[in-house]
Design a protein around this ligand. Structure first.
Ligand code: S3P
Length: 180
């Protein structure tokens, strides 16, 4: 079965998936969707509230449902929540739904971007840097498993430059049956 033609960004919290994704959507003239935002809109509640009421397990169930819906569509730029790769079922859907790009950044860069954030329940702890370090260790192999492209999202490069590189790679690698 051929892959569906979407561009999907994966990576840890603070990697810049939403910012880069919006730029990429502008370049490709495709709609942009963020799984966290879609989930919040559907649920009518924000992520901290969902974690509070339903726990992480409830959030993950909803996240899988959103991914299943979006992965049936085409020509979307999709930014995903950092934990989407944890479920094997999600990883299988990600591989099928288009070109998956891992936005890689080191712990210090991630921390700099999320240090003052209050919207990410997993980081509302005494030492968020230590949590990021642990999550990066656990998840990096999973991001690499699903991604066909790994891009460094480091501080020296603007989100626009990163998005342009992804768009170039997409045009170079787009499956022949989808080109035209
Ligand atoms: C999570 C990342 C968040 C959001 C939720 C859980 C994670 O998304 O899905 O807070 O497990 O890494 P971002 O990566 O967009 O911050």
């Amino acid at each position: 079965m051929s892959r569906v033609d979407n561009l999907v960004l994966v990576g840890l919290m603070g990697a810049g998936k939403t910012t880069v994704g919006r730029q990429l959507a502008q370049i490709l003239k495709w709609p942009f969707l963020d799984t966290d935002q879609v989930l919040e809109e559907r649920c009518g509640a924000d992520i901290p509230w969902i974690f509070d009421i339903e726990g992480e397990a409830g959030f993950r169930r909803r996240e899988t449902e959103v991914l299943a819906d979006l992965s049936g569509r085409a020509q979307l730029v999709i930014a995903t929540g950092g934990g989407i790769v944890l479920a094997e079922q999600n990883r299988a859907m990600l591989r099928q739904c288009g070109m998956v790009v891992y936005l890689a950044a080191d712990v210090e860069q991630l921390f700099a971007r999320v240090a003052h954030d209050t919207h990410r329940p997993l980081l509302q702890v005494a030492d968020p840097r230590a949590v990021l370090r642990k999550l990066l260790l656990e998840r990096e192999p999973l991001y690499r498993e699903v991604a066909s492209l790994v891009i460094s999202a480091d501080r020296q490069r603007s989100p626009r430059a990163v998005a342009e590189q992804i768009a170039d790679e997409y045009h170079r690698n787009r499956p022949a049956e989808l080109a035209g």
